[in-house]
Each structure stands twice: as structure tokens, then as C-alpha cells.
Design a protein around this ligand. Structure first.
Ligand code: SAM
Ligand code: SF4
Length: 330
């Protein structure tokens, strides 16, 4: 008899974030080194069939949610085919995608057709010049086109992820909030985390939830909005009369480790119990050893038991992991 997957602290693990590639078509200054990450060979990267097998194997352990991320997931050819495979897995009730939106206009229809229902688009500024500055040369217009395509295809909700960084874009919190008055986007302000050695992070660079909230409330009081079951990071709020919502994902000022229900699978098949720890189980070795699914499940049980109680971001200014977000899957 299979039991739900639980970690050593009895937290249920029901959510898997899958990085399908660590390549990216942008170089966000807070995420990637300007030269990009060392390229992995195709043979090192899990095939779509392998990812789908993993998901099928662990549904009996209680997995219900999968998020595809990266690097930039849409730079990997044929992503809709993976979405289709995952949507066919019974028991997975929620499949989502996190993308920088650059290629979303091109793929929105195919993704929708493959069964994807919702999408998170990362956008840290609404200004073209600043977008170029943050992403080291990216153009913002394709993201707006991607958002329009996502709306035309009926994706809902459409969440906008904005990392606020002092001296870079913190003055735009209020602009993003204003956007929710007019458009049905769910804006999430994410606190800047020290990931990898990209040289931008310092405790002073973090714009806390309290600061972001104060900026937003210049437009009016935030009222609680119904929080979707799929939202674990933070409650949703709404400005009076707004079409969209606002949430604060605050791993630095309000760690949510106690509610953490996720494991992460890297593009090269490492199963990571925690974003902010270097610990990993080599799932690719299991998959390619010819082992049956019970060994895949055993690898998940091992990773779940390796989940730390919490991270210690608030206790020091050092970077807890040398691995950039793009290599793990944000
Ligand atoms: N390329 C896709 C994108 O940008 O949406 C998916 C991968 S990206 C690593 C996933 C999310 O991680 C993005 O929303 C990005 O803003 C966020 N992220 C990257 N580095 C971060 C950091 N140091 N602190 C907080 N969020 C970060
Ligand atoms: Fe690429 Fe996303 Fe990292 Fe930006 S945040 S560099 S788009 S992986």
C-alpha cells in the first residue's frame, strides 16, 4: 500500500517543479551570469518521455501539481508535446508554466491545445528601456504580445511575477498595482533571493513585502481576495474595484518553509529537496539504470526526507547556494 509522500517533518510533498532546460534567451541580471550557464549536452538532459515517466510514477505518492520552468522552458523545442504527455497523466490536477514570455505569442495556441490552462509570466518592469537593462538586452514588446496571446487563448489565471530590487525597479511596485486596476492579471511581488554568484544580491537590495505593500497601498487599501487552491506562496489581495489581484511571495521576510510542499527536478535529472540547499538525489541515474518505478518512488522518498526544516536567509547575507535559479528551476 502506497502512502502519501511526506518529509521528515510530516509536510506532504505534492508539487513538483520541473526545469526542462537551463538555457535561456535572456540574461536577467539577478538570475544569470552574462555569459549564460555552461551548456549541458543533450544526453545529460532528461528526455520528455523520462519526465513524463517520473510524473506517472509518483502520482500514486500523492503528486497533484507540476510546474514547468527553467531556464526558459519555451526555448526547448517541442514543449507542447511534454505538456500534452503530462496532461494525459491521471491524478495530476494542475499543470502550469513559468516563462519569460518572449516566445509565448508563438506557442500560446499550441500550449492551450496541449491542455495547459494557466501561465506565469516573469516581468520585472513595464518600461522598455529598463527591461533591456534588467535582461541585458531583451525587448519587452514580445512579452506584451505573449500576454495578449495568452489572454486570447483563454489562459486563466495569468500571473505576473515581478522581483523587486532596490535601485533597479522598486519604484514600479505601484505601476504593477495600477495595472491590476485595469487588467485581469494576478501580480506577485517576489522578494529577491540570494541565488548563485551573480553579484547583485545584498540584504539591502531586497525590497521587503512590507515596503512593496506600503507602495501599493498608496492606491487604496488591499482587501483579501479569494486565494486559489494552487497558490501556496502568499494570500491574494485586491485593490478596490481592481480586475486583477496582488500577492507577495516573501521567502526572505516571511519564509514559508513550514508549508513547503515541493520538490524540484533539474534539467539533468537531479532531484532537489530545497531551492536553497545543494542537496540532490541523482534521479537520472535511477531512470537510466533500467530500474522499475518503485526505485523512482524510492528516490522521491529519499529526496523528501532530505528536505531541510527551513532556510536561513534572514540570518546572514551570504549566498546559501552557488547554483543560480536558472539551473534549478525557479
Ligand atoms: N525563465 C523563466 C522565467 O523567467 O519566468 C522561468 C525560470 S526563472 C528562474 C523563474 C522565476 O525565478 C522568475 O520569475 C524569476 O524572476 C525568478 N528568479 C530568478 N532569480 C531570482 C532571485 N534571485 N530571487 C527571486 N526570484 C528569482
Ligand atoms: Fe532567464 Fe528566467 Fe533567469 Fe531571466 S529569470 S535569466 S528569463 S531563467
Amino acid at each position: 500500500m502506497l502512502h502519501g509522500l511526506r518529509d521528515g517533518l510530516n509536510r506532504a510533498v505534492e508539487y513538483l517543479r520541473v526545469s526542462v532546460t537551463d538555457r535561456c534567451n535572456l540574461r536577467c541580471r539577478y538570475c544569470m551570469p552574462p555569459e549564460g550557464l555552461p551548456a549541458k549536452s543533450h544526453a545529460d538532459i532528461l528526455r520528455y518521455e523520462e519526465i513524463a515517466r517520473v510524473v506517472r510514477a509518483i502520482v500514486p505518492l500523492g503528486l497533484t501539481r507540476v510546474r514547468l520552468t527553467g531556464g526558459e522552458p519555451l526555448v526547448r523545442p517541442g514543449l507542447p508535446a511534454l505538456v500534452r504527455m503530462l496532461c494525459a497523466v491521471r491524478g495530476v490536477s494542475d499543470i502550469a508554466l513559468t516563462t519569460n514570455g518572449q516566445l509565448l505569442a508563438r506557442y500560446a495556441a499550441e500550449l492551450r491545445d496541449a491542455g495547459l490552462q494557466r501561465v506565469n509570466v516573469s516581468l520585472d518592469t513595464l518600461r522598455p528601456e529598463r527591461y533591456r537593462e534588467i535582461t541585458l538586452g531583451g525587448e519587452i514588446e514580445p512579452v506584451f504580445e505573449g500576454l495578449a496571446a495568452a489572454r486570447a487563448q483563454g489562459f486563466a489565471p495569468i500571473k505576473l511575477n515581478a522581483v523587486l530590487i532596490r535601485g533597479l525597479n522598486e519604484d514600479e511596485a505601484v505601476e504593477f498595482a495600477r495595472l491590476t486596476l485595469e487588467e485581469p492579471y494576478d501580480v506577485r511581488f517576489i522578494e529577491f533571493m540570494p541565488m548563485g554568484d551573480v553579484g547583485l544580491w545584498s540584504p539591502q537590495a531586497v525590497v521587503s513585502e512590507a515596503e512593496a505593500r506600503a507602495a501599493v497601498e498608496r492606491l487604496g487599501p488591499l482587501q483579501p481576495a479569494p486565494t486559489p487552491a494552487t497558490s501556496r506562496g502568499g494570500e491574494a489581495w485586491r485593490l478596490p474595484g481592481a480586475r486583477g489581484t496582488i500577492a507577495f511571495i516573501s521567502p526572505v521576510s516571511h519564509p514559508f518553509c513550514g508549508r513547503c510542499n515541493r520538490l524540484r527536478l533539474t534539467a539533468d535529472g537531479k532531484l532537489r529537496p530545497c531551492l536553497l540547499s545543494e542537496r540532490a538525489v541523482d534521479l537520472r541515474a535511477v531512470l537510466r539504470s533500467g530500474a522499475c518505478d518503485s526505485y523512482v518512488r524510492a528516490a522521491f522518498a529519499e529526496a523528501a526526507l532530505g528536505k531541510p526544516e527551513g532556510h536561513h536567509l534572514t540570518e546572514g547575507a551570504t549566498c546559501p547556494t552557488s547554483t543560480p535559479m536558472a539551473a534549478i528551476g525557479g
